[in-house]
Design a protein around this ligand. Structure first.
Ligand code: UDX
Length: 458
């Protein structure tokens, strides 16, 4: 078993640290935020992630994991140091590597024995070479240090499961020593390991994420065409999915991908290509489609309603996907300001994302409109003129078509996640617009409500 230090306790660092402890390694997680460190020591996870807190508590009690701000003591005699700090996107699309540089400097000044530094953060191709050079330049003690790449493929909401039961581990090394050391660290996981050189490992991460982003954008593009020609994207996806070469995953059209990885990694690779004098047309197309897709529902609804001024608008789901409280690049962040600008009175529901969202949009009057957070979906729907579904939470899926008809003032639903069958909404008398499918028209809507929906609400 090895002595491991992990720099950064976000999704990548904390989950990796906890999982290394779970398989028996001795782990110290380092973060600059003292408050966060104390919270973690008390057994509370700073992020919402299924199963994480239980493993934190179990491994802390067993003495296999600890948290500290004292990087020197954590790094000085570590066998391996994993770097899992953020590489946020900069305005030009490039990745901000300043957190990596800070940690690299701290490592160089702290290590007192031979050590392998493993970069888990997603970094532009060639960064690992630079990190190695940087650490060597600033080394204080006469020790051997090498840098390896070990990109992380976990998805938020299933991060622990994705790590303990990953489909593959990618390791990118430049020496037998580094390769064997990393193989040994991962041995207890009993997972397939793909060992390549450093640059290929860095590229595998971007190429994988960008391929998935492309797959989603492709389906969104086809969905938009389906609407125009009267095809149904879900039937189309089902038909495609039986082809093993295409596969059944990531064929869901919707209001565009969000999260910390796809938006950032597509832009970063496109930027990297540009820097190298190459136009990465496929990835650029994925980025463009995604940008348009996010405002798609809003545009559809604005045509239908003319104005949102004074309307009660139910918003179901704020996070970029279910199972996480993360809002990064969430479609809600794009659509809610548009609705507020138009004077909408928003009633928003999300099982875990409200706290984060309220930091950006505090409850109350907001520009021409207002926002109220509710803890029951029914309170959002009661008397609402229109409803937007941005995240496919289980709680949202549990709302029956009849409930929209019964609770809303006018049962008009814009669903960015294709949760319902068009027919069931039609039968329940709900006017329903989704992505890549025909709408459910207002036929069958109760007479009293029908009147109000006859013409655009203005
Ligand atoms: C992703 C990758 O899956 C993971 O391997 C990588 O390491 C980090 O980025 P994550 O961003 O956490 O993980 O979530 P994921 O489940 O992949 O979803 C990303 C976005 O794509 C979400 O906004 C989701 O709603 C959207 N999506 C996904 C679709 O629109 N359609 C789909 O079919 C699948």
């Amino acid at each position: 078993m090895y002595k491991i230090a992990v720099a950064g306790t976000g999704y990548v660092g904390l989950v990796a640290g906890v999982c290394f402890a779970e398989v028996g390694h001795k782990v110290t997680c380092v973060d600059i935020d003292e408050k966060k460190v104390n919270v973690m020591k008390s057994g509370v996870s700073p992020i919402y992630e299924a199963g994480l807190e239980e493993l934190m508590q179990k491994n802390y009690a067993a003495g296999r994991i600890d948290y500290t701000t004292d990087y020197e003591s954590a790094y000085k005699d570590a066998d391996v140091i994993f770097i899992g700090v953020g590489t946020p996107e900069q305005p030009d699309g490039s990745a901000n590597l300043s957190y990596i540089a800070t940690v690299a400097r701290q490592i160089a000044e702290s290590i007192e024995k031979d050590c392998l530094v493993v970069v888990k953060s997603t970094v532009p191709i060639g960064t690992n070479d630079k990190v190695e050079q940087f650490i060597q330049d600033f080394l204080v003690h006469d020790v051997k240090v090498e840098v390896a790449s070990n990109p992380e493929f976990l998805a938020q909401g299933s991060a622990v499961q994705d790590t303990l039961d990953a489909e593959r581990i990618i390791i990118g090394t430049e020496s037998k020593w580094a390769e064997e050391l990393l193989m040994n660290i991962y041995e207890p996981f009993r997972l397939p390991i793909v060992s390549v050189n450093r640059r290929s490992a860095e590229m595998i991460k971007y190429a994988s994420n960008d391929f998935l982003a492309l797959k989603i954008s492709y389906m969104n593009d086809i969905a938009n065409l389906c609407e125009l020609i009267g095809a149904d994207i879900q039937d189309v996806a089902r038909g495609m999915s039986f082809d093993d070469r295409i596969g059944s995953k990531f064929l869901n059209a919707g209001i565009g991908y969000g999260g910390s990885c796809f938006p950032k990694d597509t832009k970063a690779l496109e930027y990297l290509a540009r820097q190298n004098g190459y136009e990465l047309k496929t990835v650029k197309a994925a980025i463009d489609v995604n940008k348009d897709q996010k405002a798609k529902l809003y545009k559809k609804a604005s045509k239908r309603l003319i104005t949102f001024n004074g309307l009660k608008v139910a918003v179901l789901g704020l996070t970029f996907k279910p199972g996480t409280d993360d809002l990064r690049e969430a479609p809600s962040l794009e659509n809610v300001p548009l609705l507020l600008e138009q004077g909408a009175d928003i009633y928003a529901y999300d099982p875990v994302g409200v706290e984060n969202f309220a930091r950006v949009h505090p409850e109350g009057k907001n520009g021409k409109g207002s926002i109220t957070y509710v803890s029951h979906i029914e309170h959002a729907l009661e008397g609402a003129n229109v409803c937007f579904i941005f995240t496919e939470w289980g709680e949202v899926k549990a709302i029956t078509p009849e409930m929209y008809n019964n609770l809303m003032r006018t049962p008009l639903v814009y669903d960015g996640r294709n949760i319902y069958r068009v027919e069931e909404m039609q039968e329940a008398g709900v006017e329903y617009h989704s992505i890549g499918r025909k709408p459910a028209t207002r036929e069958g809507i109760k007479e009293s409500k029908k009147l109000e929906l006859q013409t655009p609400i203005s």
